[in-house]
Design a binder for this molecule. Sequence first.
Ligand code: NCD
Length: 308
Amino acid sequence: MNFKGRDVISIKDFSKDEILHILKVAEKMVPIARSDEKSKMLDGYIMASLFFEPSTRTRLSFEAAMKRLGGNVIGFAQPGTTSIQKGETLADTIRTAESYCDVIVMRHPKEGSARMAAEFAEVPIINGGDGAGHHPTQCLLDLFTIWKEKGKIEGKKVALLGDLKYGRTVHSLAYALALFGVDMVFISPPELQMPKEVVEECKEMGVNIEVKSTLEDIGDIDVLYVTRIQKERFPDPEEYKKVAGSYRIDLHTLKNVKEDMIIMHPLPRVDEISPDVDATKHAAYFRQTFNGVPVRMALLALVLGVVK
Ligand code: NCD
């Protein structure tokens, strides 16, 4: 297995064995991510962090990952302060950034932008989210979370709830869970259903998929993965208003769930999980947030060829 120099654009670019390898490397990174151990593993390396879209967790955890491994970070989170403002193309911005660094992490509102950037760049490109397209590193930290919390991924039953139409995290995760043979329930308002091609692809991979529009009957679910409605991706704000606030997890929802059912959420949440759920044993979303650091450490060390 060789990750050196590889781009991380879509989870589909990785085999199940490669994904498991990344998770195992991530596991070894946990003490460093917690600052219990210090590391100089990426001393002398520079990561460029190019964020053309808002981000809290993806950007901060990538930067923390790089710095915890002794590496350096350059970049921007406000493209309005760069030459993009003057009309520079993405291709030229990428060519410039790559001459200053060893790896680029980017987030961009346009689907396909990370793949395009990878065509221009010699250094590895890591996709931190391209529009409603892919979010492979979130997917890896989601898999890592299920693996750590549940002991294994295979054989679990997972419900994906919320904006399955525009949510990139669930597009990546549905594919990856199907790769692990996980049966899924897709629960969303009818307007925000999982794209047909994703449903078909998962079915073709041999897993059972149920499509629902209400939160009832979740008593056999092991993982409830909640997402926010992606307001910024609605072409028509009126359409957003129709679905806003249409589902919410609260203590009442949790009455008939499995004792050890976990709730995950890529965050940010808006109003889809009531804050009083945070104190229940089901809430795994802040542990999930932490997991972004060891998983991104693993990816950086692997694509830079410092770890095999
Ligand atoms: C997600 C994203 O950006 O796609 N956030 C994240 O990376 N943790 C989810 C979202 O914005 O709803």
